[in-house]
Design a binder for this molecule. Structure first.
Ligand SMILES: Nc1ncnc2c1ncn2[C@@H]1O[C@H](COP(=O)(O)OP(=O)(O)O)[C@@H](O)[C@H]1O
Ligand SMILES: [Mg+2]
Length: 340
């Protein structure tokens, strides 16, 4: 196992710079999730750690050794892809052993590693099947097994759960968490799904338009977002944002300011602690009941605000409502997106 040090890495394709001076340290045994919208450069960064792409400038070090020009197979990394990338004509056992055979690992050792990892992943009963006979979840377990048998210094995952249906994705996410707790391998995991990031990561690195927006523990990013992008990207439903007089009066800055507050800090009643701030009167446009609570969308001064309502009786569409917020839970952002 090893640490990974990414230092001022830039990547250009032709004249287009898609990654701008990314620096990120990943500690030994740490599970770091790179999260951000499609096209922000996550795969490009991961591929450079894997050695499938070369940085335009900057350095990547694994285990304190700069690997910029080291071929992938010497880096001690193993990558798991979204599309599994299994050999369709080989059995699971052959898929798992193939890389080790190429690397001339002793056949008894191969047998031992294949058995071990297939037991950890719960695919030991499928070793003689071909990928075509497996479900999506099983295929992804084989893909992970193929990475595990190589006993890499660093695991790299590129959206490994994105091809699975929602239910299976949640199940595999839990399994991955447990697996990481057991194996404790240094891992860099790419996803566009912030829930996956929040639930899996020791630390999350939020990327946006080729830059690192913020790096921190999941709850740090949730409770203390440094930019409007991070505030909007982390958390479902997304944070509410209001550009308007009420909020600019609270904290008069130069230029305009945007106030953000999460659905759970927004209320349809003044009752209960702590002292709440009256935001205004609005009209219900949509109610999404989820059982114990509902997301109530309220149109207020030309904008829509989502409120997490916990009362037993939810309002109905078109109901007039008053909206309060917890003033200690308001985030202010400047025009450039930085937190005030
Ligand atoms: N081989 C390539 N040639 C040119 N542009 C590329 C290449 N690979 C990626 N890009 C561009 O780089 C940007 C980042 O892509 P990518 O790393 O795949 O994003 P993500 O994985 O976050 O969705 C995108 O704008 C993409 O079009
Ligand atoms: Mg990608």
């Amino acid at each position: 196992m090893a640490n990974v040090e990414i230092t001022k890495v830039r990547k250009c394709f032709g004249n287009v710079e898609v990654l701008h001076e990314i620096s990120l340290s990943i500690q030994t045994g740490e599970f770091v999730v790179l999260v951000g919208p499609s096209g922000c450069g996550k795969s490009t960064l991961l591929r450079m750690v894997a050695g499938l792409d070369v940085p335009t400038s900057g350095t990547i070090a694994i285990d304190s050794e700069i690997v910029n020009s080291m071929p992938p197979k010497l880096r001690g990394v193993a990558m798991v892809f979204q599309n599994y990338a299994l050999y369709p004509h080989m059995t699971v056992r052959q898929n798992l052993s193939f890389g080790l055979k190429l690397a001339k690992v002793d056949s008894l050792e191969i047998k031992k590693r294949v058995l071990e990892s297939s037991e950890i992943l719960g695919i030991q009963d499928h070793l003689d099947k071909k990928p075509g006979q497996l479900s999506g979840g099983q295929k992804q377990r084989v893909a992970m097994g193929r990475a595990m048998v190589r006993q890499p210094k660093v695991f790299l995952f590129d959206e490994p759960l994105s091809n699975l249906d929602a239910q299976l994705r949640v199940k595999m996410r839990t399994e991955l968490s447990l697996l990481h707790r057991r194996v404790q391998a240094t891992s860099i995991y790419v996803t566009h799904d912030q829930v996956e990031a929040m639930t899996l990561a020791d630390r999350i690195a939020v990327m946006y338009q080729g830059k690192l927006e913020q790096v921190g523990k999941p709850l740090e990013l949730y409770q203390n977002p440094k930019t409007k992008f991070v505030a909007s990207f982390i958390g479902t439903p997304s944070m509410n944002f209001i550009e308007g007089e009420i909020l600019t009066k609270l904290k008069p800055p130069k230029g305009s300011v945007c106030g953000g507050f999460r659905p759970e800090s927004t209320f349809l009643s003044e009752e209960g602690a702590p002292a709440k701030l009256f935001l205004g009167k609005g009209r219900v446009v949509l109610v999404e009941p989820l059982g114990a609570m509902a997301y109530v969308h309220v149109s207020l001064a030309g904008q829509t605000v989502i409120i997490e309502a916990k009362s037993e009786v939810f309002p109905k569409n078109e109901d007039p409502v008053s909206v309060w917020i917890d003033p200690t839970k308001i985030f202010f952002f400047q025009d450039n997106g930085n937190r005030l």
